[in-house]
Design a protein around this ligand. Structure first.
Ligand SMILES: Cc1ncc(C[n+]2csc(CCOP(=O)(O)OP(=O)(O)O)c2C)c(N)n1
Length: 539
């Protein structure tokens, strides 16, 4: 016989039994039953300073663990604040469960104060949005978890009216759907005929290139990707969210697409005669796909976006497909290692162009940080000119070691993202790269980071401009209206929030600050006073 449970208790039990250990949120009175139930389940409540950052923290949790990140808001203004982070999970394909409180079911159809229709609000930015009802609570939770993690993953929103949390549920069986590795549930690839055709195309190609994307990371396909690349001698270009899926010191690594020097990357792809798009999600493209090179689509889902045409699709377990292609390959390597090295040399020569002697250039910041931090370092990137540069210049060695938002590209992600990373991987060094515009949006979260003892290194690219937008304004010969702002003293700001604060305006100053940045017990904020001129050469 099923246990007697309140609906809030059932919701919390579902989450904790799924292995979810945090709720990121900002409360109002409709949430209190759920918060108490979550506490009784041993889940930790993380009080972000606003709902938008709670949702970013939950998004990072989803990216890091593969489990739905849970964020919570109250009704009305809490939910409207949550929207940006939920949209981020939607376009960045992150499993998420957003739980909003709502007024009493009796009042909702007729009352006006703080009354926003949550399901209409969240419908365009979720995979599924619904209302919690005690009579179907177990089924709703099971469906919510399954929908959130199923390929392509994304957010589910549940609104829970204040009277529902305390009501006893009559649907209280806890039966978890498959949650973790999608390899467990995904049908293993068996379409021999199609695979043979792709093997044949690969055999015939002279200059194939693999373009690996974030679904390859979710699929845990790193090892089989490397095997296929090595066996067939095929270079691997990656999307920014797939950085590290092939270690970037591997001889077959061919650069990151749609980041700094992207014209050169597209020229490289255009010179190929077959592209294997491996878990490449078009939501990551910043520019339209303009290649006429034939594409084979390899993914867990069919090519329904049609951003690129692909007349053959291999749909199923990405790892199994890649292993099958590697096993079926018996020819010579398609590319010599030195040919790929020559392409990388050209790419990085372009990347370093435009530096100003005697100044702290953006690429100096990346180089110094890479030099001072170990291979296993995890970084988060915000949005702006610095991201486009970090996205190409940071050498990633492991999948999942670079977190960011690319689908939505919402400023303000990197600091909450880094905080979650440190929360769930305490031993790992974590660096947050962020522009001074994006930092200003979320800097109040430093206080939370300090109180949680999160020793993240926050490097703020300070140039007093929304550079990524100003550069486009300047190119149209418009004056800089609405893109400049006054500098802030980030050292004082950091100290006022119980963090360490430092300033650096040269590579050597930055190196000496970072050299002392190990074993931090709270954030270190570095005001990196850069000269942004170098950006003009790269984009
Ligand atoms: C929430 C949000 N608002 C606006 C934008 C548009 N936008 C993209 S980049 C950018 C400038 C970012 O400035 P900053 O954080 O200082 O980084 P920088 O470009 O200077 O490296 C803006 C305003 C966005 N992507 N997200």
């Amino acid at each position: 016989m099923s246990e007697k449970l309140t609906t809030a208790a059932l919701m919390a039990k579902y989450l904790s039994q799924a292995g979810i250990d945090y709720v990121f949120g900002y409360p109002g009175d409709p949430n209190l039953e759920f918060m108490e139930a979550a506490r009784q389940e041993g889940m930790e409540f993380v009080l972000a300073r606003r709902e938008g950052t709670a949702a970013f923290m939950a998004d990072a949790y989803g990216q890091l663990t593969g489990l739905p990140g849970v964020c919570m808001s109250t009704l009305g203004p809490g939910s409207t604040n949550l929207v940006n982070g939920v949209a981020c999970a939607f376009l960045d394909r992150t499993p998420m469960l957003a739980i909003s409180g709502q007024m009493n079911t009796r009042l909702e159809p007729i009352f006006t104060h703080q009354n926003v229709d949550h399901n209409r609000l969240f419908a365009p930015i979720t995979k599924w949005t619904t209302r919690m009802v005690p009579e179907a609570a177990g089924t709703i939770m099971r469906k919510a978890l399954r929908v959130a993690v199923a390929e392509r993953p994304g957010p589910v929103h549940i609104t829970a009216p204040i009277n529902v949390g305390v009501a006893e549920t009559t649907d209280s069986d806890i039966r978890l759907p498959p949650m973790r590795s999608h390899e467990q549930w995904l049908q293993v690839f068996r379409a021999e005929g199609a695979r043979n055709e792709v093997s044949e195309r690969l055999a015939q190609a002279r200059r194939p290139v693999i373009v690996a994307g974030m679904a390859a990371v979710r699929a845990g396909a790193s090892a089989t990707l490397r095997t296929l690349a090595e066996r067939s001698g095929t270079p691997v270009a990656v999307s920014v969210k797939a950085k590290g899926v092939l270690a970037e010191d591997h001889p077959y690594y061919a650069g990151t697409v749609d980041m700094a020097c992207n014209a050169l990357m597209w020229k490289f792809l255009a010179s190929s005669d077959l592209i294997l798009a491996v878990g490449f999600d078009p939501v990551e493209l910043i520019k339209a796909w303009s290649l006429s090179v034939p594409v084979v689509h390899i993914d867990a889902v069919p090519n329904t976006d049609q951003i690129y045409p692909a007349d053959v699709e291999l749909v199923g377990s990405i790892s199994a497909i890649l292993q099958g292609l590697a096993d079926g390959y018996h020819g010579e390597p398609k590319w010599q290692e030195q040919e790929i090295r020559a392409h990388r040399d050209e790419l990085f020569a372009a990347y370093y162009e435009g530096r100003v002697r005697g100044k702290l250039n953006p690429s100096d910041v990346v180089d110094v940080a890479r030099k001072c931090f170990p291979r296993e370092t995890l970084i988060t990137m915000d949005v702006g000119s610095h991201k486009i540069l970090v996205g190409q210049g940071w050498t990633a060695y492991e999948p999942g070691s670079v977190l960011g938002t690319n689908g939505l590209s919402a400023m303000g992600f990197a600091l909450p993202g880094a905080m979650t990373a440190k929360l769930v991987q305490r031993q790992r060094p974590v660096i947050c790269f962020i522009g001074d515009g994006g930092f200003a949006m979320v800097q109040s979260e430093l206080q939370l980071a300090a109180s949680l003892g999160l020793g993240v290194v926050v490097i703020v690219f300070c140039d007093n401009t929304l550079h990524r937008i100003e550069i486009k304004q300047t190119r149209k010969n418009y004056p800089s209206v609405g893109t400049r702002f006054d500098p802030s003293d980030l050292v004082k700001l950091a100290e006022s929030m119980h963090c360490h604060g430092e300033r650096a305006d040269s590579s050597s100053a930055l190196e000496s600050v970072l050299g002392q940045a190990s074993a931090l017990d709270r954030p270190l904020v570095i005001e990196a006073r850069i000269d942004p001129s170098q950006y003009n050469s790269q984009f």
